[in-house]
Design a protein around this ligand. Structure first.
Ligand code: DGL
Length: 264
């Protein structure tokens, strides 16, 4: 039987990952879960984020998914081992694909990582990068204000540039040539971030890298979906679907229909 892929995030941000998955794997049936009632995860403890993540995984497992994508960087940073232990299907987070790509791209072996407070505080990206190449210098910075700026749709607003200048000045004398966008929302602000760090710094979009990993894993497991001209895309949220629809369309770059409120 052809089963859907489950994907979750703390809210709308994971739609940047869903967008990449839909572009790369257009025939897959997908169930997206956004925990909009409990967002943001980025300022919460690892214990709380893990508890929320496990609840969502159980909801999606009951829908008979064939793979679980943890689109949220914060959840990927703190909850992945617990999720992997609980699920008998492949569990893919956004962290390792992003770390792998960064190590591959960085010629000078100096990498910057930006993310939420919880992601940066967990050091999960640093550990993942050092797990691949212990000699890489890693510089990190939490950029919490990027999340509301992205949700406001202020991708090119001068305030976003100012905030980016303030946060990213820490990277100025580090010599990094690669910067990991370690949060679901940051791809929305890509052009402002690129403008501030300069063209010579390559931005790693974890969303793109994760979609590639999902495809690789499906091929490996022998269960990619083919010949499904009308794939089902179903969305569950824990708060009102209205704001999710409104903000989410700019993240997904696609109309958002089939959104239902879920109780977990
Ligand atoms: N989805 C979160 C992440 O990627 C950002 C928003 C939040 O703090 O919940 O880390």
């Amino acid at each position: 039987m052809d089963r859907p892929i489950g994907i979750f995030d703390s809210g709308v941000g994971g739609l940047t990952v869903l967008h990449e998955v839909m572009s790369r794997l257009p025939f897959e049936d997908l169930i997206y879960f956004g925990d909009t009632a409990r967002v943001p995860y980025g300022i919460k403890s690892a214990e709380t984020v893990t508890r929320y993540s496990v609840e969502i995984a159980d909801f999606l497992l009951a829908k008979k998914i064939k793979m679980l994508i943890v689109a949220c960087n914060t959840a990927s940073s703190v909850a992945l081992p617990d999720l992997a232990a609980r699920c008998d299907i492949p569990v893919i987070g956004v962290l390792v694909p992003g770390a792998k790509a960064a190590v591959k791209y960085s010629a000078v072996r100096k990498i910057g990582v930006i993310g939420t407070e919880a992601t940066i505080g967990s050091s999960a990206y640093v550990k993942a990068i050092h797990g691949i190449d212990a000699g890489v210098e890693v510089y990190t910075k939490a950029c919490p204000l990027f999340v509301p700026l992205a949700e406001e749709g202020w991708a090119d607003h001068r305030l976003t540039i100012l905030v980016a200048m303030e946060y990213l000045k820490d990277f100025q004398n580090t010599g990094i040539d690669t910067l990991v966008l370690g949060c679901t929302h940051y791809p929305i602000l890509k052009s402002a971030i690129q403008e501030v760090v300069g063209k010579e710094v390559r931005l790693v979009d974890s969303a793109e890298e994760t979609a590639q990993e999902v495809e690789r894993m499906l091929v490996l497991k022998g269960n990619p979906r083919i010949g499904n001209p009308h794939p089902v895309r179903k969305f569950y949220v824990t708060d009102s679907p209205d704001r999710f629809r409104k903000v989410g369309e700019c993240f997904l770059k696609h109309p958002l229909t089939n959104v239902e409120r879920a109780v977990i």
